[in-house]
Design a protein around this ligand. Structure first.
Ligand code: B12
Ligand code: SF4
Length: 511
């Protein structure tokens, strides 16, 4: 039977809500992974709907369930902190729909598949580990036929058993996101890029930082879309702002130039936000200069630390001087930079004060996150036995989940004070005037996200709320690593996709 003749079973794909006040206030992005899976399912003949709880409510979800009556429901779990919400939603769904096929997948679900099934106690039939585009249509087909066999598919962890290792999809060029399935597209934005869509040029990261699971998920592989396919995708994007989701943009300069030329050929005018590394920016400065001309507005650099020792600990594989040089480089190019610093639980008042002092001395946007060992990272194996909380909801890089040297209250006071100081730096008098001007321009175009962000500023930084989050009842607790903590971790034991290890990367090289 070919795809056209197939009965059109219905699949509902659901993205959970945004995490906490903080991320919800500053950005909201479309669920690109789910859109790609949705398109792959449509190509296989399914009828698909996509619901994003970042912009819709749980009532909307149950209304779609009641009115549309899907044959299968798939939840996205990229973020660990969303696990309790999805498990509860699946349980409520199961109560109303005893025979339904309910599955989950995504970054964090891949590292915690079996424990999610345990928490769900039968409400979730399986978890898909790894990339979802190729396996999901096959999974639904098999589930409609015989649910006890689904674990024979690669990457499936089901109530009946564990399938073989997940397989990487054949080519990123075959993918195409179903952007049309999202009803409230105007809700997606990042800072002043309002509205903004998301695009993907590459997948994976060839570096291996200890606190990050982006590289372990893809077995340290690094794949690209061809320039023409990437530009065709961009040409279909209606929004003026574009968030490039790549972990490290423009690792290879020739790719950045090729995509840029394909964009110029199509006369596309957009404003871009991307994330990269300091050494990549310095090495490939000409690509970034070229992209500035194409509309590159913001670069996010994961500094992580402002001292040599900190960088070594995170295995960033770059000397601290490169980070500061990168700031000079971006200033020379006229690109706005946002940097992230990771606050360690061992920090005291002096340490926070030093970071504030440094952050105030540079014109760039500085963001502070809290060190959080996630499943799938090396730090999870080395640090997790000291957790002070195993409540998934606190694993959002805003909460402290390891014992702090200061009392928890003092630690949060410092975090919040630092975040406020750093934000006010940009909302100071001159920044405020710029923001008001921008807000007026966006409002005139019917875009309210940026203005809402300005209004939510103070609510986003609230020490009492952070503390109260620790006192909530914990229904689902995260499991600890099975193995004894070791100083040295074999990275391949963390991989979701099993790829051959790339050559070790020296300072600044990823080829
Ligand atoms: C883009 C991105 C964001 C976007 C969010 C986009 C969105 N709406 O989902 C923004 C910038 C908002 C963001 C924010 C944060 N992020 Co983020 N983010 C990423 C990043 C770089 C890429 C994700 C992406 O779009 N990839 C491209 C798409 C195509 O792939 P995908 O979403 O992974 O989907 C594929 C599979 O996962 C799977 N899949 C996904 N969903 C489903 C569902 C089903 C049913 C199935 C079968 C399969 C499946 O199939 C898809 C196709 O192959 C990842 C790193 C990474 N490489 O994964 C970090 C990452 C996911 N983020 C991370 C973190 C920590 C955060 C923040 C907490 C950080 C912060 N400073 O605040 C916030 C919180 C966000 C929130 N929910 O409020 C961590 C995850 C931590 C964790 N384990 O929970 C990651 C892994 C980065 C890291 N360094 O470790 N993030
Ligand atoms: S370079 Fe960035 S994406 Fe790559 S492993 Fe390090 S933190 Fe993760």
């Amino acid at each position: 039977m070919n795809a056209a003749e197939k009965p059109r079973e219905k699949i509902l794909l659901v993205h959970p809500s945004a995490l906490g006040q903080y991320s919800a206030a500053f950005l909201r992005l479309e669920p690109l992974g789910l859109e790609l899976i949705a398109q792959a399912c449509r190509k296989s003949g399914y009828s698909v709907r996509l619901l994003d709880l970042q912009v819709s409510s749980q009532q909307d979800y149950f209304r779609v369930m009641d009115e549309w009556r899907p044959d299968a429901v798939g939840f996205s779990l990229n973020y660990l902190a969303n696990i309790p919400e999805v498990v509860d939603l699946a349980k409520e769904t199961r109560k109303r729909w005893a025979e339904g096929f309910i599955f989950a997948g995504g970054h964090s679900a891949s590292f915690t598949a079996r424990e999610i099934l345990d928490h769900a106690a039968g409400a979730i039939d399986c978890v898909v580990r790894g990339e979802g585009e190729e396996v999901t249509p096959k999974l639904v087909a098999m589930a409609m036929d015989d649910r006890t066999r689904i674990h024979r598919l690669p990457g499936i962890v089901s109530l009946s058993g564990d399938g073989p290792a997940p397989e990487l999809i054949h080519s990123l060029d075959d993918l195409n996101p179903a952007r049309d399935l999202i009803a409230k597209r105007k809700k997606y934005f990042i800072g002043t890029l309002d509205p903004a869509a998301s695009v993907e040029f590459t997948r994976g990261c060839p570096w291996d930082c200890t606190f990050c699971s982006a590289w372990t998920f893809y077995g340290r592989s690094y794949r690209k879309r061809s320039a023409e396919v990437a530009a065709d995708d961009l040409a279909r994007v209606r929004e003026p702002g574009v968030f490039i989701v790549d972990d490290v943009a423009f690792v290879h300069p020739e790719d950045g130039f090729a995509i840029g030329h394909a964009i110029e050929k199509r006369r596309l005018k957009k404003q871009y936000y991307l994330e990269t590394r300091s050494d990549v920016l310095l090495r490939n400065r000409e690509v970034f200069r070229y992209w500035k001309r194409l509309g590159l507005e913001y670069i996010f650099l994961g500094f992580e630390a402002i001292d040599e020792e900190g960088l070594k600990l995170f295995r960033k594989r770059l000397p601290i001087g490169k980070n500061f040089e990168a700031l000079d480089c971006a200033r020379e190019l006229g690109i706005t930079v946002a940097v992230n610093i990771i606050a360690d639980p061992s920090w005291d008042e002096k340490r926070f004060a030093a970071v504030r002092e440094w952050a105030l001395s540079v014109p760039e946007i500085v963001n502070l996150s809290v060190s959080t060992p996630y499943p799938g990272t090396e730090t999870w194996v080395t640090e997790s036995r000291q957790f002070s909380s195993r409540d998934y909801r606190l694993f959002d890089v805003q909460h402290a989940v390891m014992p702090t040297k200061l009392s928890l209250q003092e630690f949060y006071t410092q975090v919040v004070q630092t975040q406020k100081v750093l934000s006010m730096k940009h909302l100071g008098w001159s920044g405020f005037r710029v923001s008001v001007g921008l807000a007026a321009k966006l409002l005139a175009h019917g875009q309210t996200n940026f203005v809402n962000m300005l209004l939510k500023f103070n609510k986003a930084y609230d020490m009492n709320r952070l503390l109260a989050d620790h006192r909530r009842e914990v229904k689902y607790e995260m499991s600890l690593p099975k193995s004894v903590p070791a100083k040295q971790v074999d990275p391949s034991t963390l991989f979701i996709h099993r790829q051959q290890l790339l050559k070790p990367i020296g300072t600044g090289h990823a080829d």
